[in-house]
Write a protein that binds this ligand. Structure first.
Ligand code: SF4
Ligand code: SF4
Length: 156
């Protein structure tokens, strides 16, 4: 039984690292606190939207329906902060939870996490690297050290 578990863990790791090209495992589950639906930052092409003008342009070009439901309410050093009109502030729930857009269904994704987004303090999810630091360190030590003074030696 323990052997099966170990094999399963190895396959899982291989699948996430090599096939899905992931770097982190996501653990936990949603506590339905509604924290991620309040004061939202939006990243477009890997950058936080900084100005209302920028957002208007993106909204006109991009037909993504989620953009029609969010409004900039303030701004800080990271960019514009949005409110979503589908959020029920009293119940702390999405009014269309079952029909919520994919960006919300997949939250928190590894992409968001890697872009530097921080999870809400009481979020039920957390991320951990698939490969521990010690494993990466071991692999690095096994790699041949390149001789930069003689490029010929590095040819295989
Ligand atoms: S659409 Fe629903 S789940 Fe998505 S941010 Fe708005 S309230 Fe939250
Ligand atoms: S902040 Fe985390 S726990 Fe709260 S609703 Fe969003 S995903 Fe769920």
């Amino acid at each position: 039984m323990i052997l099966h578990k170990k094999i399963f863990e190895k396959l899982k790791k291989y699948y996430h690292l090599r096939i899905l090209k992931r770097k982190y495992f996501r653990y936990g589950k949603c506590r339905m606190c509604g924290g991620c639906c309040e004061n939202i930052y939006i990243k477009h092409k890997n950058k936080t939207i900084k100005t209302k003008e920028e957002f208007e342009k993106i909204k006109q070009k991009d037909n993504y329906s989620f953009y029609q439901h969010i409004t900039p309410i303030s701004k800080d050093e990271f960019g514009l902060i949005f409110a979503c009109d589908k959020f029920d502030k009293e119940k702390k729930l999405c009014k269309e939870h079952k029909k919520r857009p994919s960006i919300c269904k997949n939250y928190p994704s590894e992409e968001i996490f890697k872009m530097g987004a921080q999870l809400k303090d009481n979020c039920g999810y957390y991320f951990e690297p698939i490969e521990k630091f010690s494993e990466v360190f071991k692999k690095t030590l096994k790699k041949p050290i390149k001789n930069f003074s003689n490029p010929e030696e590095n040819k295989y």
